[in-house]
Design a protein around this ligand. Structure first.
Ligand code: NAP
Length: 267
């Protein structure tokens, strides 16, 4: 697929952000907010109709890239889009999904797809982006992780593990970048329960979650962009989740095991 608008040299004034998973939820909010910050956009997801509808409402140049990041072809298309775009200044690795069921009972294909989208696509697109941004001396990568990265949960094993990988990967990159005094920034954004299509797609009854735990995608993205401006590497939106995440890091394993027993309805 050829991308025309943002790679067109005539549109050379503004920076470009590529957002994965921009067809709904947190990714679509990133698109709206980055447009108001003056970015041209490349929007990537599988549902092209959704991406085109969003592109039509945004007052900036937008290219739409219909790609499935769970397969080689889709990831390679994302890499190409980044390599071909000289003005790329921000990559938002946001595409993601959850699965239901204990690890060994869940269909292995779903677990492989999750690792492809959360880990392989994040790693490869970030590699393509930093290979451009570091020599250019500017830009950044935001990868959407989760508070699930700070712990483990029954029926959520691969999700927690892949999100923990995103945090570790991001902190490692930050070390490398700071060691060479690069101005390029990286961030792992770790939201808690956020009102999007995530839980419906997962097939989970969102009414199980107490109302006070829900956040708006708008607030999550605002926290991310404010944190990005300040160079924050791990961003946990909302004070309740900040406390929860820091407690999770210090809880003894025995206590986590007790918390993870029964109640694991998702299993
Ligand atoms: N909502 C929450 O409570 C919550 C909490 C913590 C973290 N997160 C994280 O936030 C991120 C965004 O999720 P969301 O809450 O905004 O959910 P969402 O509304 O379901 O959006 C998920 C996005 O990912 C895209 N996507 C999924 N699989 C893909 C694939 N194989 N290839 C390309 N794109 C794919 C979807 O687009 P298509 O279906 O069109 O491909 C969609 O745009 C995810 O990484 C999720 O893990 C969400």
């Amino acid at each position: 697929m050829t991308l025309g608008n943002v790679t067109n040299p005539e549109n050379a004034a503004r920076p470009v952000a590529l957002i994965t998973g921009a067809s709904s939820g947190i990714g679509a909010v990133f698109a709206r907010k980055l447009a108001t910050r003056g970015y041209d956009l490349v929007l990537l997801a599988r549902r092209e109709d959704r991406l085109r509808a969003l592109a039509a409402e945004l007052p900036v140049h937008v290219d739409v890239l219909a790609a499935d990041l769970s397969c080689e072809e889709g990831i390679a298309a994302g890499e190409r889009a980044i390599r071909d775009c000289a003005r790329i200044e921000l990559l938002v690795n946001n595409a993601g999904f959850g699965t239901l069921g204990r690890f060994w009972e869940a269909d292995i294909e779903s677990q492989i797809r999750m690792h492809e989208v959360h880990v392989m696509a994040t790693m490869r697109l970030t590699h393509a982006a930093l290979a451009r941004m570091v020599p250019q001396g500017g830009g950044g990568v935001i990868s959407v992780s989760s508070v699930a990265a700070f712990g483990q949960g029954p029926a959520n094993v691969s999700y927690c593990a892949t999100k923990a990988w995103i945090n570790s990967f991001t902190e490692g990159l930050d070390m490398e970048l700071r060691a060479m005094r690069s101005p390029v920034k990286v961030q792992a954004l770790c939201p808690g329960f956020t009102i999007t299509e995530f839980h419906e797609t997962l097939g989970m009854d969102a009414r199980q979650i107490p109302a006070f735990l829900w956040m708006k995608a708008d607030d999550v993205v605002e926290a991310s962009l404010t944190g990005f401006d300040r160079g924050k590497v791990i961003v946990v939106p909302n004070w309740k989740y900040k406390i929860g995440a820091s407690m999770m890091k210090h809880l003894p394993h025995a206590l986590k095991l007790r918390m993870g027993r029964p109640g694991g309805k998702r299993a």
